[in-house]
Design a protein around this ligand. Structure first.
Ligand code: ATP
Ligand code: MG
Length: 412
C-alpha cells in the first residue's frame, strides 16, 4: 500500500479509484519479470504511465526505454524503424541503420497503438518476442536482442482479429498480462481530484492563482462523459485557467467549456460502454442534430423574412407547413398548446409529402465524407498543419489522418 502511494507520487499519478489502484499494482508486480504486457483503454485514459512504471521498477531501468507510436509511422518505413535496415535495402537507404529493437537491447520498448501495425510487421514482432531474434530490412543476418515489450492499444484488438487486421497469435503473446485502464467517466470520484491537481499545475505554470469550482460546477464536472478522458480534462482545465478572470468558476461558466454532452440526452445509444463504434456513432448523431437545427433555422429565417415583407397578410399555406414542421417532432408528439401568439396562425391540414425542404437545405451536403473533409481541414488549420495535434483533436490516429489526407487529397 505504501509502495503504491510512493509510485503514484513518483510518476505523478492522481486518483484513488480501486480499478486504477489494481492496474498500478499489477504493473508493479510484473515489473521485475520479462513478461509482455498489453495495456488497453480509451484514448487519453493514462496508458503511457504503465510502461514507464514497468521499466522504472525493473532490472532494465539503467538501459534504454524507447516509446514508439506505431500509429504515427508510415507503413513503408515502420519495419526499418523497428528493426533497422542495411545500406541499399531500398531507395534512400544510404547507410546502415539500427532499429529500435537493437537500440533498446537490455531495455524496454513501449509499442503504443499496436493495433495500427501492418500485418507484415506483426509477423516480425512475433518472431522477436518468441525467439529474441530479428533480421534487418534487406539483410539475411539474424541478430539477437533482449528487449522487454509493453504494448498499448485504444482499439478493441479482439475485434481487429476478427476482421483480419491483427494476428491472433501475436495478441496472445503480447497479452500475457493484460492491464486495463478504466475510462474517466467510470471513476468519477477521481475527476475533481484530477481537476484540482491540474489547476494547481497550471497556476504555477502561468503564475496566477488556481481556479476553483463551486459545488454545482463540481457536480457538473463529475457527471460529464469525458470522451477524451484525462487528456480532455487536462486541456479544459488549462483553458479555464488561462481564460477565466474570475477564479471561482460556477456551473454556467464551466458548461461553456464542455462540448455537448450527448450521453445525457441519448442514454440508450451510449449504454454499451467500451463499444468501439460509439465514437463514430456519436459523431453521426452530432451531424444529424446539427443538420436538423440548421434546417429549422433556415425555415425560420425564411418565414421571418416573408412575414416582414407582407406584414398584414395572414399566415397560411406554405408558412403554416413550415410552422407545423418546426413544432412537430418525428412522431408528432410535440404540438404546442394554442397561445395568444399562435391564435392568428391558421394551420392547414398537411399532407406529409407536400412538405418541401427549403432550397438551402437541399443544397447543404449531407455526405459524411464531405463533413469529414471539412473537419479535417478545420483541425489542420487550427493546429497550423500539425498532424499530431489535429489527429488528437479529431480522435483518430495520426496514421489514419495521414491516410485520409491522401485519400481525400487534402492540401494543408
Ligand atoms: N491518473 C492520472 N494522474 C495525472 N495525470 C494523468 C493521469 N492519467 C492521465 N494523465 C495525464 O493525461 C494525459 C493523457 O494520458 P496518456 O497520454 O497516458 O493517455 P493514453 O491513454 O496514452 O492516450 P492515447 O491512447 O490517446 O495515447 C497525459 O498528460 C497524462 O499525464
Ligand atoms: Mg498514448
Amino acid at each position: 500500500m505504501e509502495q503504491l502511494q510512493n509510485i503514484k507520487q513518483r510518476f505523478g499519478i492522481i486518483g484513488n479509484n480501486n480499478q486504477l489502484n489494481l492496474a498500478l499494482q499489477k504493473a508493479i508486480r510484473v515489473a521485475p519479470t520479462d513478461i509482455s504486457v498489453l495495456v488497453s483503454g480509451e484514448s487519453g485514459v493514462g496508458k503511457e504511465v504503465i510502461p514507464k512504471i514497468i521499466h522504472g521498477l525493473s532490472h532494465r531501468k539503467h538501459a534504454k526505454y524507447i516509446a514508439v507510436n506505431c500509429g504515427a509511422i508510415p507503413e513503408g518505413t515502420i519495419d526499418s524503424e523497428l528493426f533497422g535496415h542495411e545500406k541499399g535495402a531500398f531507395t534512400g537507404a544510404l547507410a546502415d541503420r539500427k532499429g529500435y529493437f537493437q537500440e533498446a537491447d537490455n531495455g524496454t520498448i513501449f509499442l503504443d497503438e499496436i493495433g495500427e501495425l501492418p500485418i507484415s510487421t506483426q509477423v516480425r514482432l512475433l518472431r522477436v518476442l518468441e525467439t529474441g531474434e530479428f533480421i534487418k530490412v534487406g539483410s539475411s543476418k539474424v541478430i539477437k536482442t533482449n528487449v522487454r515489450v509493453v504494448a498499448a492499444s485504444n482499439i478493441n484488438i479482439p475485434q481487429a482479429i476478427e476482421s483480419g487486421k491483427f494476428r491472433e497469435d501475436l495478441f496472445y503473446r503480447l497479452n500475457t498480462v493484460p492491464i486495463h485502464m478504466l475510462p474517466l467517466r467510470e471513476r468519477a470520484g477521481d475527476i475533481h481530484l484530477l481537476f484540482r491537481k491540474f489547476a494547481r499545475d497550471f497556476a504555477e505554470k502561468y503564475r496566477m492563482p488556481p481556479v476553483y469550482l463551486d459545488e454545482k460546477a463540481q457536480v457538473l464536472l463529475s457527471n460529464y462523459r469525458w470522451p477524451g478522458n484525462v487528456r480532455q480534462l487536462k486541456n479544459i482545465t488549462e483553458q479555464i485557467s488561462i481564460i477565466e478572470k474570475e477564479r471561482n468558476v460556477n456551473a454556467d461558466i464551466l458548461q461553456n467549456y464542455l462540448p455537448a454532452n450527448l450521453s445525457k440526452n441519448l442514454p440508450a445509444i451510449f449504454s454499451k460502454s467500451g463499444d468501439e463504434g460509439s465514437f463514430s456513432t456519436e459523431r453521426e448523431i452530432l451531424y444529424k442534430v446539427l443538420f436538423d437545427m440548421k434546417r429549422d433555422m433556415t425555415d425560420l429565417k425564411k418565414l421571418v423574412l416573408e412575414i416582414m415583407e407582407n406584414k398584414d397578410a395572414p399566415i397560411s399555406g406554405d408558412h403554416a407547413n413550415v410552422i407545423r414542421n418546426l413544432y412537430n417532432d418525428e412522431d408528432g408528439s410535440f404540438i404546442p398548446k394554442e397561445n395568444s401568439a399562435q391564435k392568428n396562425i391558421h394551420i392547414e391540414p398537411v399532407n406529409k409529402n407536400s412538405i418541401q425542404d427549403t432550397e438551402e437545405y437541399v443544397e447543404e451536403s449531407l455526405s459524411l465524407e464531405d463533413k469529414e473533409i471539412e473537419l479535417i481541414k478545420k483541425a489542420l488549420d487550427k493546429h497550423n498543419g500539425k498532424r499530431k495535434y489535429a489527429a488528437q483533436e479529431l480522435g483518430i490516429s495520426e496514421r489514419t489522418l495521414y491516410r485520409k489526407i491522401k485519400e481525400y487529397e487534402i492540401k494543408g
